[in-house]
Design a protein around this ligand. Structure first.
Ligand code: LMR
Length: 419
């Protein structure tokens, strides 16, 4: 018999939660002894040998950091490394952005993109209400699974807007616009700045313009999540196009920015949260007040952010030679992913695999939303040791010149066998 409990803690009301699907998948992949196994699960870049790639520019920055006699392990300020957050804002908004010159941007270093989304969610839950009630956050359907629980955990109601068309495997633009029109004025709209996760489908520049106009009419509040700047087109400026458009249109908005993927600093948890005020005579003063509140939230949650990854990213962002080298490293990553898209599509088309496969090259960024069913995904895992999320998303970086034929052949067999 279990001993009586010492306190009145109601342990029976704590149910067993399910394992996180993505990290569960990663664990299952690592435990699989098969020499044929292929990891198309978590969104982390791999080289042509299926190995994690430490960016050469990150190696250089690391070397500089380790040889810096002034480097120590002191606390950062609550809002993080200013040499990072300032450059991070420039990366998103452009070097000569009026919003920066007019001091309308408040930036806080966070625990990568997840921490930035969380800080933004917490801030909006506390301050963005109508008659005491929180605004609803609209997420794309589908979206990065973690979005749902991050917003729910801080008590913000969530809803979804249509995004992906199963028929075209592209954007359901009409569905998206209709939902944004129907949403209560002033809703929070979560937008993926580029390389949408999980679908790899982004609006065109013209569609972004329409979305901005519609959101302006409805006074919706944009919440950008950007984890793949540089991965969509290989061009940092182009990948920030949607954010820059909204800022130029005069929106006040927030941005969650991750450096996990584009610097390959996954486990170092480097990222930033930015608040941008609309242009107005009191914008700088509003921004200062917002910054003061963000600092309180940050202090109570993590006190101050981790220093190592922030220093690496900051060394690169503050040195023009290293910055150019980083752009080159980004092109290496995005270029290899694009070549894998072509290779997979070509192979499936040569095999005559039932269905259309053009979406594999039409979609962009780290992921492809293949259209494979859950049953097909499970079969691929069981019979071929190929790991992907149940919604049929594949991380393109898991493919390489050695395994792409194996994966295409397996998909071909499974598509023919399982509906
Ligand atoms: C992914 O979607 O695979 C990545 O963003 C990893 C994560 O933290 O979920």
């Amino acid at each position: 018999m279990a001993p009586p409990s010492v306190t009145n803690f109601p342990a029976e009301v704590v149910p067993q939660a399910p394992e996180d699907p993505l990290f569960g998948l990663m664990r299952a992949y690592r435990a699989d002894p098969s020499p044929d196994k292929v990891d198309l699960g978590i969104g982390a870049y791999r080289d042509d040998n299926a190995k994690p790639w430490v960016l050469p520019v990150v190696k250089k920055a690391d070397e500089i950091l380790r040889n810096d006699p002034e480097a120590n392990h002191e606390y950062l300020p609550i809002t993080g490394l200013a040499a990072l957050t300032g450059k991070a804002a420039e990366l998103l908004l452009g070097k000569s952005a009026p919003a920066i010159a007019e001091k309308r941007v408040s930036s806080v270093q966070t625990i990568s993109g997840t921490g930035a989304v969380h800080l933004g969610a917490l801030f909006l839950a506390k301050f963005y209400k109508i008659q005491g009630t929180n605004r609803t956050v609209y997420l794309s359907n589908p979206t990065w699974a973690n979005h749902h629980q991050i917003f729910t955990n801080v008590g913000l109601p969530i809803a979804t807007y249509p995004y992906f068309s199963k028929e075209t495997k592209g954007l359901d633009f009409e569905g998206m616009k209709a939902a944004l029109r129907e949403a209560a004025d002033g809703s929070i709209i979560l937008l993926h700045a580029c390389a949408h996760n999980p679908t790899g489908v982004d609006p065109t520049p013209e569609q972004w313009r329409d979305i901005a106009l519609l959101m302006k009419e409805k006074k919706h509040f944009p919440f950008f999540d950007t984890a793949y700047q540089g991965f969509a087109s290989g061009d940092l400026d182009r990948d920030a196009g949607a954010i820059r458009l909204f800022v130029e249109e005069g929106f006040e908005l927030v941005i969650a920015q991750s450096f996990a993927k584009n610097f390959g600093l996954y486990g170092e948890r480097a990222g930033c949260f930015h608040y941008v005020a609309s242009p107005s005579s009191d914008a700088a003063e509003i921004t200062t007040r917002v910054a003061s509140q963000l600092a309180i939230l940050q202090r109570s949650e993590i006190s101050n952010p981790p220093i190592y990854g922030a220093r690496i990213a900051s060394i690169v962002l503050n040195d023009s030679t290293l910055f150019a080298e980083w752009q080159d490293n980004l092109r290496t990553m995005s270029g290899r992913i694009i070549s894998m898209r072509t290779a997979l599509r070509d192979k499936l088309e040569k095999l005559g695999t039932p269905g259309k496969w053009n979406h594999i090259t039409d979609q962009i960024g780290m992921f492809s939303f293949t259209g494979l069913t859950e049953a097909q995904v499970l079969k691929l895992r069981q019979n071929y040791h190929i790991y992907m999320t149940k919604n049929g998303r594949i991380s393109m970086a898991g493919l390489n010149s050695k395994n792409v034929d194996y994966v295409a052949n397996a998909i071909d067999k499974v598509v023919r066998e399982v509906q």
